[in-house]
Write a protein that binds this ligand. Structure first.
Ligand code: AMP
Length: 505
């Protein structure tokens, strides 16, 4: 069950199939990809003494080497700890120490700072200069180490918008469950397909590589190493059959760019979107401009990419009477999980009632690294408590509200910020919005909307208030508006509501 076996089998089957591309430039076919990964594995073993189960931290921008390093680590049964390349070195150090990693593979620029900051002896190697090739100088391995379904594969640190990040333990079995569900519920993968890594490989986009390795498809890392709208469209046009994972903010940027340049998304097969709320107005716009190229997934680090999915047909079928309703949902449970909605005591709630989303199944993490208390709080009786609020309809479609901590209670009534945000986004003057609660002596909390305007106009509160009154109950409308040039977002493009709340103090 070692992913390195998947790579090796593909390399035997289609050795000359193009595997790794830097932009349009071919870096390695499958034979070379497997050979390099095996050499990295041999290097990590002889140069750094890495054994099965040891943690290997990767702190790199998107790069084709990211894949070689991951598979190299898996070749010898080690655990990949992917760290977002935009984190501060201090945050990286915390993760290295917490995971008790044996080696850090990072960009040359961090080497000395990292060595000076780490308390324990940890090997630190540059992976973006010629030192990388030293790792290849220790021969190669014939076969990957055997890994079992419960063996740890991917130790992913949560983004930690509240408190310290926690290490989420994803096993080989979890990864396989996610792959199966992708092929059953999200999309097909054909050998001529192209996985484009425009979102960080340290997150969902990285763990989404497996299906493409199994099928012998191409892996393309943009030369920019990240997300650039123009580059995504250019690469899609030249390489074709492109699939990419994109957070909702990226989708919005792609759609805005396509509109501006009269593009229809030629060459893009699928945009899998998720990772944060996609507003109805934005996805309607997306379908209008780019057509039937979208599939939505809902997941979280603790059940990566694999809680629910809204299929291509459902995202695109405007003739369906329930199109908008479906589009506002995150779809049905993926094949590898069950979903239920529960109250605080864990009792299932009836259809339509909002409660916490609980998930069970084969993609659920093993637990949090070195944190049995947090694990026991989060996985109870085999159900993962996601911290997300939502409801299921009678057809099993899940609609997400907000994270339980983001819900606003004003004058004793529950207000879901998402609902207010959806309404404000319908107004032409609003480009982006985020709604939070502010403590209030009379109401408990009041609704505050942070708004980014579509043009340079000054915010017109009266107009927005009248607009809200037309669409939602009086008590839900914002009592205060704050105009911002941009919303604060974390490295994955998620709006930082904690930052917004701080601004209200
Ligand atoms: P992370 O663990 O960083 O991937 O964040 C996961 C969280 O992102 C989930 O718990 C949800 O709150 C949110 N999320 C993920 N996918 C979606 C989606 N399709 N729609 C709305 N929110 C989502």
């Amino acid at each position: 069950m070692n992913p390195a076996n998947w790579l090796q089998r593909t390399a035997i089957r289609v050795p000359q199939a193009p595997a790794l591309l830097d932009g349009e430039r071919l870096e390695a076919d499958y034979s070379a990809f497997a050979q390099r990964s095996s050499a990295v594995g041999a290097g990590l073993r002889s140069q750094c003494g890495i054994k099965p189960g040891d943690r290997v931290v990767i702190f790199l921008k998107n790069h084709t080497r990211y894949l070689e390093l991951m598979y190299g680590a898996w070749f010898i049964g080690a655990v990949v700890v992917p760290v977002n390349a935009k984190l501060h070195v201090r945050e990286l150090v915390w993760i290295v120490e917490n995971s008790r990693a044996s080696v850090v593979l990072c960009s040359e620029q961090y080497i000395s700072e990292l060595r000076a900051s780490l308390e324990h002896s940890v090997a630190v190697l540059a992976a973006d200069n010629d030192d990388y090739f030293q790792l290849h100088a220790h021969g190669s391995l014939t076969n990957p180490v055997r890994m079992r379904p419960d063996d740890l594969l991917w130790l992913f640190y949560t983004s930690g918008t509240t408190g310290r990040p926690k290490g989420v333990m994803i096993s080989c079995g979890n990864a396989l469950a996610m792959c199966g569900s992708y092929l059953a519920d999200v999309d097909t993968v054909e050998p001529e397909d192209t996985a484009l890594y425009a979102a960080p490989m340290s997150h969902g986009a990285g763990i989404y590589n497996f299906m493409h390795v199994m099928r012998g498809a191409r892996h393309v890392v943009p030369v920019s190493g990240g997300f650039d709208e123009r580059e995504v469209f250019q690469l899609s046009q030249s390489l074709e059959h492109v699939s990419l994972f994109a957070a909702p903010t990226m989708v919005k940027r792609l759609v805005d760019y396509a509109k501006k340049h009269s593009l229809g998304g030629e060459g893009i097969k699928t945009i899998v979107y998720g990772g944060g709320p996609m507003y109805l107005a934005d996805i309607c716009d997306g379908v209008e401009v780019l057509g039937d190229r979208f599939v939505q997934i809902y997941g979280q680090g603790e059940c990566p990419m694999a809680i629910s999915a809204l299929s291509r047909e459902q995202v695109s079928d405007r003739s369906n009477a329930r199109w908008r309703e479906r589009l506002a949902s995150v779809g049905q449970a993926q094949s590898c999980v069950d979903i239920r909605i529960a109250d605080k005591a864990g009792e299932s709630l009836p259809t339509g009632r909002i409660g916490e989303i609980l998930v069970s199944g084969t993609a659920i993490m093993l637990g949090y690294w070195d944190n049995p208390e947090a694990t026991a709080n989060t996985i109870r009786d085999g159900w993962l408590w996601t911290g997300d609020m939502g409801s299921l309809d009678s057809d099993g479609y899940l609609t997400l509200q907000d994270r339980s901590k983001d819900m606003i209670i004003s004058g004793g009534s529950n207000i879901y910020p998402r609902e207010v945000e959806e309404v404000l986004l319908l107004h032409d003057s609003v480009s982006e919005v985020s709604v939070v609660g502010k403590q209030d002596a009379d109401w408990g909390e009041i609704v505050v909307a942070f708004v980014v305007l579509a043009d340079t106009d000054v915010l017109n509160e009266k107009l927005l208030d009248a607009h809200c009154l037309e669409h939602i109950a009086r008590f839900k409308r914002p009592k205060r508006y704050v105009q911002l040039q941009a919303l604060p977002k974390n490295n994955y493009g998620k709006v930082l509501k904690t930052e917004l709340r701080k601004r209200l103090n």
